[in-house]
Design a protein around this ligand. Sequence first.
Ligand SMILES: Nc1nc2c(ncn2[C@@H]2O[C@H](COP(=O)(O)OP(=O)(O)OP(=O)(O)O)[C@@H](O)[C@H]2O)c(=O)[nH]1
Ligand SMILES: [Mg+2]
Length: 491
Amino acid sequence: MLPNLKRKKLMGSGSFGSVYKAEWNGGPVAVKILHEKLFTCPRNEYLAQFEAECKILQNLQHKNVVTLLEFIISHTSPPMLVTELLDCDLGKYIANCHPGRIPYSETVSIMLDVAEGLAYLHQQNPPIVHRDLASKNILLTKERQAKIADVGLAIVLPKGEQNYCSPVPGTPVYAAPETFHPDYDPIFPVSRGRSRVEYDNKIDIFSLGITLMEVINGRLPSPKPWTPFTKDGRQIPEKERRQSDIEMMGEHKLKDIVFCCIKDSPKKRPSAKELAELFQCESEKVQQKERIVMGGKTPKIEVAVLGESGVGKSSLILRYSDHIFFQEIVPTFGMDFKNSTIRLHDREFTLRIVDTAGQEKCQSIVPQLIRNVQGIAIVYDVTNKSSFTKGVPRMHQFIKNCAPDNVSLILVGNKTEERGRVITRKRGENCAKQLGINYIETSAKTGLNVEEMFRMIANEIYGNLDLSDIDVYISSRERESNLGTESSCNC
Ligand SMILES: Nc1nc2c(ncn2[C@@H]2O[C@H](COP(=O)(O)OP(=O)(O)OP(=O)(O)O)[C@@H](O)[C@H]2O)c(=O)[nH]1
Ligand SMILES: [Mg+2]
């Protein structure tokens, strides 16, 4: 036993051991005492290997991996692992906290955490394969940050090599088909270990996909039949075995990620890093949507207009919101904004338009102004060469450095009714094409295409963030504000 360790309440026991709440050096920890039966044959050899692995695991430091604080391996008693203490596990959270389903935004953030933790493990040299990723091994903090637990049961793979291993631990429901041997008998599961099977870190990706399906459906997946092989040794495709769970997901937005993860061929499954990028992208969309519904009853989208001084940014905004045009207009100092209403796909939105100052001396606040916007119109003056050749790349750089990654952009050539045009439509179009964005030509003076310009950027945002489900966010915000800040978890 460790000095200063006070074992308290039993929290649960699983296939690998019993977990206790404890106090160590005055702080709360979890203590896992592994089952004696895991340390049979040949004991010394196994313990030495286990100790070596624990030393590696003790050096892991990642916000989404449960920290191994200490371990004790002796020849007289079962190994004991001391880890940080978390609030509850994902399996219990699915079952207890949300009798319905976990909200979409939380699903995305939990899965992002899991994918990031897994990417960290897989990027170790040699890579660490978890082998038993499941909702019971994903722990949650009070703030619902997810951390991968039980990494101690992983094996350390030689870099870039596949491993020929003995039994794969874990629940068969989450297990990739390559971890089963055709002889596997679900009634006598010990036969799963009789023959060696070949696998790599993509088995964790498969398990992540199944865990995601569990979160989406709010219930433990139930493949039929239980093994991926028929009696005559034919492999049953996972999509066939898991048809009822797949149907239950309906048209859920993350179902394609599940499909990628549970591909029969491990090589076709994405890496944990690729998954983390996908969830990150989705998480940014969710954050934007939450921002859009934050302000009140009508969802509010925010657009900034950027461009060099004098290209007509304020004039375009005034023409759009107040239907007026001034030949003489003072340069914008700092920033300004206008609110108006716009209907998109039969839904009313407030369109908040942020007017930025083009003068260089005022541009230090631009990064702050565009940090949270959903769309940006880059404007140049078709009669002013440098507003196009210098201004557009400069604005684009600003956007790359400071705006959200998923911001919608359009390029606008203004003052088209003026004589003395120097930038042709073709050049404007080509530039937009190179940037991968849409292009429109306007005149704030005559009003040509001004309405269309703002509608274009608003529609870009609508499509880019997929705002068709914005009402779901509105009702969940209303529910949350009715509930207050109290957590609904009773684990
Ligand atoms: N002919 C013509 N003049 C325009 C048009 N749009 C704006 N202007 C004129 O261009 C000048 C600058 O317009 P602003 O709207 O102040 O330009 P801005 O981009 O807001 O400039 P800053 O606030 O300094 O960044 C004014 O004299 C406007 O009247 C247009 O479409 N056609
Ligand atoms: Mg202005």
